[in-house]
Design a protein around this ligand. Structure first.
Ligand SMILES: [Zn+2]
Length: 464
């Protein structure tokens, strides 16, 4: 559409000939004069139609004594350097951009030194490259951190949305674009706090977690850091609408709605999800075991859900964290007030279960559901169904077509969970008991009969 529109305008202008050239030049000079009078502190991507090259600073996180994440031989400070070099090399193939790096060797730098350097070179944007790790090794996915204030927030969001789309297109889980505040109400992260003071928008990119099997496919190959560097460079090129003859790409048509500059501080969510409710159906059997389908609903007015986990022993132990993913896929940087997902949990054949769910919002705050009682499942050939061997592998892949959900009574969704009907098994038990009692009675009667007959025979023998 845009292309057709542009070409029509071009044809019209060409038709008008050189007559308008003088007038156009005059208008442009006026615009430049006015623009230079009210020069904004931070140029937004949309207004970068100047001859001045865009100056960006790439910051490979950590270095020297400061190792960063360190897990199974993967060292963050080394990986961020490979990403940074790859990002620089790729970006230098674009026109109209100058690329700087805070460090090019394995040295320890303070956060202040990094931002001071960006300020010295007159950086338009600061990209801080990192990899993640969690204390319990239970988290996974990619995330971006941006300033919570004004123009730096808006420009940070604009870039981070493009960056997150690139990362999640790879298959990485979307942990969102977030702000974080320190105790004094300032940005928690130093580069964002000092970037604000210097008037340089900054984004911290946490590419993936180096300590969780979910992310392992996204860092275990030798060339991953190089790929991340190219991906980050592409996001920058899209954000600034750059083009590269060398690469044969032109992002000048990339469209996005600039994030409005917030008047107030953009606070992180500091409260856990409000409510969690669970509805479950009838247990069923697949090759992978016995399962029960679950409908899990959570609500939070401040941020969307991120993970869920469950306990089948009343909260003593918890499952790993699973993706909170609805049928429509994920929303990037937006919040969902109330959300429902469908999943399945394994059920036990040798003991009753007390199921509890835990839902985590984008800011890692969790809420625990009520306890739901599920009697143990007596294996029954009739409920065997041909299905995927493990329902969890289907969750989140978008391939839920293979899953066989049993009907959940929607009418009861807001009140009581549908409890597995155990009456059938109880009558089986009663029948078993009856047969046992009858057998015992028969054995007893037979025994008495035999004893009486033998006793009579012995008495007869004595008499004879
Ligand atoms: Zn780091």
């Amino acid at each position: 559409m845009t292309k057709i529109f542009n070409s029509s305008i071009n044809r019209l202008l060409k038709g008008a000939g050189f007559f308008y050239t003088g007038i156009n030049a005059g208008i442009i000079i006026c615009i430049v004069m006015v623009a230079s009078l009210c020069k904004p502190t931070i140029a937004s991507a949309a207004s970068l139609e100047t001859a001045e090259p865009i100056k960006i600073v790439i910051d490979p996180g950590h270095g020297g004594e400061n190792l960063g994440a360190d897990h199974n031989g993967y060292l963050e400070k080394d990986m961020t350097m490979i990403v940074a070099e790859s990002m620089r090399d790729e970006l230098e193939k674009y026109e109209g951009i100058e690329v700087y790096m805070t460090r090019t060797s394995d040295v320890d730098m303070s956060l202040e030194e990094r931002i001071d350097y960006a300020d010295e070179v007159g950086a338009d944007f600061f990209f801080c490259l990192h990899f993640n790790m969690s204390a319990e090794h239970d988290m996974y996915g990619a995330e971006c951190w941006v300033s919570a204030f004004g123009e730096c927030y808006a420009r940070g969001m604009d870039f981070a949305k493009i960056e997150m789309r690139q990362l999640t297109d790879l298959g990485l889980y979307d942990r969102g674009i977030k702000t974080r505040l320190g105790s004094k109400g300032q940005n928690y992260y130093g580069v964002l706090r000092m970037g604000d003071l210097a008037g340089i928008p900054a984004v911290i990119i946490e590419h993936c977690h180096l300590d969780n099997y979910n992310d392992e496919p996204f860092y275990d190959a030798y060339d991953w850091p190089v790929r991340y560097g190219k991906l980050d460079a592409t996001a920058v090129a899209m954000y600034y609408r750059l083009k590269s003859d060398e690469l044969g790409v032109d992002y000048s048509d990339v469209e996005y709605d600039p994030t409005p500059v917030p008047v107030h501080v953009v606070r992180p969510d500091d409260s856990p999800p409000d409510k969690t409710s669970v509805v479950y159906g009838e247990p069923y059997q697949t090759e992978g075991g016995n399962w029960v389908d679950v409908e899990l609903t959570a609500s939070d007015p401040d941020s969307r859900m991120l993970y869920y986990s469950y306990s089948i022993d009343g909260g003593a132990t918890w499952s790993e964290r699973y993706r909170w993913q609805d049928d429509q896929g994920q929303l990037i940087g937006d919040s969902i007030l109330t959300d429902t997902i469908h999943t399945a949990v394994p059920v036990s054949t040798d003991r009753d279960m007390y199921i509890i769910f835990k839902v985590y919002n984008l800011y890692n705050l969790d809420t625990v559901s009520d306890v739901y009682y599920l009697p143990k499942v007596v294996p029954d050939g009739d409920i065997y169904s041909e299905g995927s061997s493990a329902p969890h592998t289907s969750v989140g892949s978008g391939d839920t077509g293979d899953m066989e959900y049993t009907e959940i009574d929607r009418g009861e969704a807001d009140s009581e969970p549908v409890v597995y009907d155990s009456v059938g098994n109880m009558s089986g038990l009663m029948l078993f008991g009856l047969i046992a009692i009858l057998s015992l009675a028969i054995v007893l009667v037979l025994g008495i009969l035999i004893y009486v007959i033998k006793y009579n025979r012995r008495r007869d023998n004595r008499r004879s």
